[in-house]
Design a binder for this molecule. Structure first.
Ligand code: 5GP
Ligand code: ZN
Length: 116
């Protein structure tokens, strides 16, 4: 398991920074985004530090993406959204601000949810 001592998401995985955990297994961690774009906005990350989609490998990508359906269903059950957006930002000009690969799960509640 590769971790980076200066990475905020590695610190969250280690429990050094508190988070609201949504899901965890041996390879993947999911937690509520501190800045909730909509209610239940969740980040899914690999436990192995990898910067972005360019620097990851098939094994890590397969692990993290394979958990998304299960986590999306848990969010659907818990928050009862009417839809969900799934997105991944890579490099600062595309909106990436934390350089540990992550997938955003953003539940949608209709026009009034203020996103998009
Ligand atoms: P990005 O902009 O890189 O695609 O997404 C990074 C996300 O991480 C942002 O939505 C931001 O709110 C979230 N984030 C940054 N620091 C923390 C933190 O300490 N805890 C949690 N739960 N989320 C964080
Ligand atoms: Zn990291």
């Amino acid at each position: 398991m590769t971790t980076h001592s200066d990475c905020i998401f590695c610190k969250i995985i280690a429990g050094d920074i508190p988070s609201a955990k949504v899901y965890e297994d041996e390879d993947v961690f999911a937690f509520l985004d501190i800045s909730q774009v909509t209610k239940g906005h969740t980040l899914v990350i690999p436990k192995t530090h990898t910067k972005d989609i360019y620097e990851t490998n098939e094994e890590i990508a397969a692990k993290v993406f394979s958990r998304v359906p299960k986590i999306a269903n848990a969010i659907k059950k818990a928050f009862e959204p009417v839809g969900i957006n799934i997105l991944n930002n890579n490099e600062a000009p595309a909106g990436q601000s934390v350089f540990h690969l992550h997938i955003h799960l953003i539940p949608r509640y209709g026009k009034e949810d203020g996103f998009g």
